[in-house]
Ligand binder design. Sequence first.
Ligand code: SAM
Length: 244
Amino acid sequence: MKEAINPPKSSTPKAFLLSLILLSLFYLIFLSLQPKNSNSRNRNITINDLRIRPGYTSYDAYINHQLHKTTDPKLRKIWTSRDWDRKIRVFAQFFSQLKQEKLLSNSSKALCVGARMGQEVEALKRVGVNDSIGLDLVPYPPIVIKGDFHHQPFDDKTFDFEFSNVFDHALYPDKFVGEIERTLKPSGICVLHVAVFRRPDKYSANDLYSIEPLKKLFNGSDLIRSRKVDGFGLDTEVVFRKRK
Ligand SMILES: C[S@@+](CC[C@H](N)C(=O)[O-])C[C@H]1O[C@@H](n2cnc3c(N)ncnc32)[C@H](O)[C@@H]1O
């Protein structure tokens, strides 16, 4: 008789287990339905996908490290002889395509940031963009003038077009981008060649793992497009237009 009124001993743990499984399932479904570009996720991408390399004890140490390669006389000879035309031809192809897309024109006032010997400047001139200049820590007159891209020596709203393949050399990526946005005219175009799928060299000051940090840094511009390219160890071209 007593046995008849007692509930079966195993029912409570079973029900508990079942509700636990159901709850976990609901939680997993909830997670998978979250939008992939929610703000909190983007914040994580920005932090995780751009890392400043440790090891620079001062700003001078960073500058001296950058100068070490750029001032090497043997390398400078190679860059201005054997490498000269080969690089200009490749840059000219990139710029011709940008002209076809109406992102660059013969009347554009153009700046190449981190231009070293200025092959990209020479390429711009060869495709008809005559008002072009380069900026680098080491000048190469008359096509490359001396300056730090963290503090560009130009007035606000000077250029229609800026190109750079040295984003990875920026110790302060926010200043690098801030200076480009400051010196571009409203509706001006910035084209960056960056490494996302490959690792840049030992002179890089940061590592980029996606273009999400760039989208965050260019907060006064709109992303026009990005595509894969093969540009001297850099694999991705991103194009931004400064807002009016
Ligand atoms: C990998 S080289 C690229 C040179 C050139 N764009 C090319 O493709 O031939 C990087 C260049 O960035 C320059 N650079 C590094 N830090 C810089 C800074 N803070 N301001 C200006 N130029 C810098 C270096 O001097 C060097 O010439």
